[in-house]
Design a protein around this ligand. Structure first.
Ligand SMILES: Nc1ncnc2c1ncn2[C@@H]1O[C@H](COP(=O)(O)OP(=O)(O)OP(=O)(O)O)[C@@H](O)[C@H]1O
Ligand SMILES: [Mg+2]
Length: 328
């Protein structure tokens, strides 16, 4: 369904934004050589701390932001080169759901016209068919028909997120890229939104890229999990294995599996990292297990067991030793 290969997206910040005066300190490698696949009907969870590049990755895949290099293939076609009709069809089949429904729903429109809009843009159906499609999608996202006449300001956060989901579903997408779709919602509402997403996958065979910093959500919902650290994917692992079977030192730190270290908070909204490392492992300075080559050789993702990939020299070389050490 989706094949992402060696995707790069840099941001140039501060002074030196003028070409040849660029200083490496001012280049943020927000997405730094990311590769992964999403199969049809699969939920790929992406997890990582604030500033690790999750949103940039989503925006680059969705063509909302231009990639610097790499490849994103959707059903065999290069997304980064799409134009005209092809791009429009892509925008129809691949729908984003963002965290903040407030900012994506027009406050001046009623729910009814918000939901009609994508159908109008893509010239789908006549008026009656559109009305029928809107009421069907309202049922899908568990909103009563009476909400159709309301405006976003007259809805709760969870209801707004349902409207945003409804809007994404109207065009019958094959792939949804959801960036923190449940964050900011209270736990009960978040669970409802999540179960809606899971239902869509089950009933319609939708593929979903589910971006979150919530480890419970990602472990519960995902078929596979990709862990991002400073713009790179450092581990991909089955959702069922994630909680206890992760091997990358950073993932283990996140999950509290590495007893020597505390568990960091995966908060959102703080972008403090400036990523500058031309060579070596991105995690080397925080890793308690680093060896000499971690400083000058960037580890590639290596398959350590079927479907489980880890980008770590230590895990790659001394896996059995490592497992024993971790259990201690
Ligand atoms: N438009 C931009 N201009 C410059 N730097 C940016 C821009 N957008 C993102 N960045 C930087 O790129 C890095 C990745 O940011 P991104 O928003 O993708 O992280 P994230 O993983 O989504 O974080 P969060 O969990 O807080 O949402 C950060 O260091 C951020 O400061
Ligand atoms: Mg983000």
């Amino acid at each position: 369904m989706l094949k992402v290969r060696d995707l790069h997206k840099n941001f140039v910040v501060g002074h030196g934004a003028l070409g040849r005066f660029q200083h490496p300190d001012h280049v943020i490698k927000a997405v730094d050589g990311v590769s992964f696949d999403v199969a049809a009907g699969e939920i790929l969870g992406i997890v990582g701390e604030s500033g690790s590049g999750k949103t940039t990755l989503a925006r680059t895949i969705l063509r909302l932001s231009r990639a610097d290099s790499g490849s994103v293939r959707y059903r065999g076609v290069e997304v980064l080169d799409m134009q005209g009709k092809e791009l429009k069809q892509f925008r129809r089949e691949v729908q984003p759901i963002f965290q903040d429904a407030d900012s994506t729903l027009d406050p001046h429109q009623s729910v009814s016209s918000i939901l009609q809009e994508p159908l109008l843009i893509h010239g789908v159906g006549d008026e009656e068919q559109r009305r029928w499609a809107v009421s069907a999608v309202m049922r899908n996202v568990n909103l009563a028909p009476s909400f159709l006449n309301r405006h976003p300001s007259e809805l709760s956060g969870g209801q707004r997120q349902r409207v945003a989901m409804g809007r994404a579903l109207l065009l019958e997408p094959r792939l949804i890229v959801a960036d923190e779709p449940t964050s900011g919602l209270d736990p009960l509402v978040a669970a409802q939104i999540l179960s809606l997403l899971l239902g869509l996958k089950r009933e319609r065979g939708l593929s979903i890229v589910l971006i979150t910093h919530d480890l419970d959500t990602v472990a519960y919902a995902s078929d596979r999990v990709g862990v991002m650290y400073r713009g790179r994917v450092v581990e991909t692992i089955g959702g069922a294995e994630f909680r206890h079977g992760a091997l990358h030192p950073y993932t283990r730190l996140l999950l509290g599996l590495d007893e020597m270290l505390g568990q960091p908070v995966l908060q959102e909204g703080v972008h403090e990292h400036v990523h500058v490392f031309e060579q070596g492992c991105a995690y080397v300075n925080s890793c308690p297990h680093h060896v000499h080559e971690c400083h000058h050789d960037s580890p590639a993702l290596r398959e350590v067991s079927p479907g489980h990939f880890v980008a770590c020299h230590v895990v790659g070389q001394r896996r059995e030793l490592w497992r024993v050490g971790m259990k201690r």
